[in-house]
Ligand binder design. Structure first.
Ligand code: ZN
Length: 149
């Protein structure tokens, strides 16, 4: 993180702080089997949207495109929040178990998850989530280094 807080970056952060818990709650309301299927589906769709259309968040696009990618990003962050260690994006930690509503954070992984773990096996993210984590990192890096967000 670091970098100056521009209005667009602040708006993205604020809207994600609202949207991610909403998607987490939707996941929570599902039966376990449906929940797992939804996590897989959202992970795949979110990774694609962020990878191939993430620039509309930075540069704009057709009407509705930014909203679509924003929702994909928020769903993707919700999916990552269900993983051990949660996810940190734009200085906010979401962990389904310890920070479902997000909180300002300067670490890289939920320390409560780390404290509760007995080994490092859970630190290996599911293969299908790796791409999404990488893309979220790329967006955050671009937001920080290019000062666009
Ligand atoms: Zn946690």
């Amino acid at each position: 993180m670091g970098g100056p807080q521009t209005p667009v970056r602040e708006l993205l952060s604020l809207t994600l702080e609202l949207a991610v818990p909403i998607w987490l709650e939707r996941l929570r309301q599902k039966d376990p089997e449906i929940r797992e299927m939804l996590i897989q589906y959202w992970a795949d769709k979110s990774a694609d949207a962020v990878a191939y259309q993430g620039d509309v968040l930075q540069f704009g696009g057709k009407k509705g495109a930014a909203a679509s990618v924003f929702n994909a990003l928020a769903r993707g962050l919700a999916v990552l929040a269900t993983c051990p260690g949660g996810v940190v994006f734009l200085g906010v930690l979401w962990c389904d178990r310890h920070a479902p509503y997000g909180r300002s954070y300067d670490g890289q992984i939920c320390q409560q998850c780390l404290a509760e773990s007995s080994g490092n096996d859970w630190l290996s993210p599911k293969d299908q989530l790796t791409g999404l984590r990488v893309k979220c990192q790329e967006i955050e890096t671009a937001a920080t280094t290019e000062g666009i967000l």
